[in-house]
Design a protein around this ligand. Structure first.
Ligand code: ADP
Ligand code: MG
Length: 157
């Protein structure tokens, strides 16, 4: 099966004063197209660090991250990423939060509104378009926050 994402002998080291913290050492993984992969490990073993590197948000100290056989050198709009804590803007309602990534990419208002309305429906938030994050349950916030990932997936369809 084709690997969509791969880590090849990746090591990540952080500097803290005079000390070096090795978050991951020589880790390799291939993630095949169409699969769901779960990474389990004790707290502090490097899960978030690996995820940040696979999303192109942080660079490995040594080794390489590949996305569809090219080296990942930074964030890529093809790669969706859901952070541990939601990143909803408290002053924007649900619809305008979902629209935000498209707004940043310069998509015109009518199109981004149509895409956002569809996405809101697909994650079961129809009727809550005008609600602000503080007016949502934790689960609803997570679904509204999946906007970046949904838009990545949608573009590839
Ligand atoms: N930005 C950073 N600066 C310094 N050390 C970090 C940084 N990010 C993570 N670490 C360290 O790297 C190790 C792995 O962290 P992390 O990937 O967040 O673990 P996990 O997600 O598995 O709980 C920990 O020892 C943590 O303290
Ligand atoms: Mg973590």
């Amino acid at each position: 099966m084709t690997a969509v994402l791969a880590a090849d002998a990746v090591t990540k080291q952080f500097a803290k004063g005079d000390e070096a913290i090795v978050a991951l050492r020589e880790l390799s993984v291939n993630i095949a197209e169409g699969t769901f992969v779960t990474i389990l490990g004790r707290s502090g073993c490097g899960k978030s660090t690996l995820l940040n590197m696979l999303a192109g948000l942080t660079a490995p100290s040594t080794g390489e991250i590949r996305y569809r056989d090219r080296t990942l050198t930074g964030p890529d709009t093809q790669i969706g990423y859901l952070t541990q804590h939601d990143t909803l803007m408290p002053w924007r309602d649900v619809l305008r939060n979902v629209e935000m990534p498209l707004e940043i990419r310069g998509v015109d208002k009518a199109e981004r509104r149509a895409v956002a309305t569809d996405l809101v429906q697909r994650v079961g938030l129809a009727g809550f378009e005008k609600h602000y994050p503080r007016e949502l349950s934790g689960g609803m916030r997570r679904r509204a926050d999946s906007r970046g990932c949904s838009q990545g997936a949608r573009r590839r369809c």
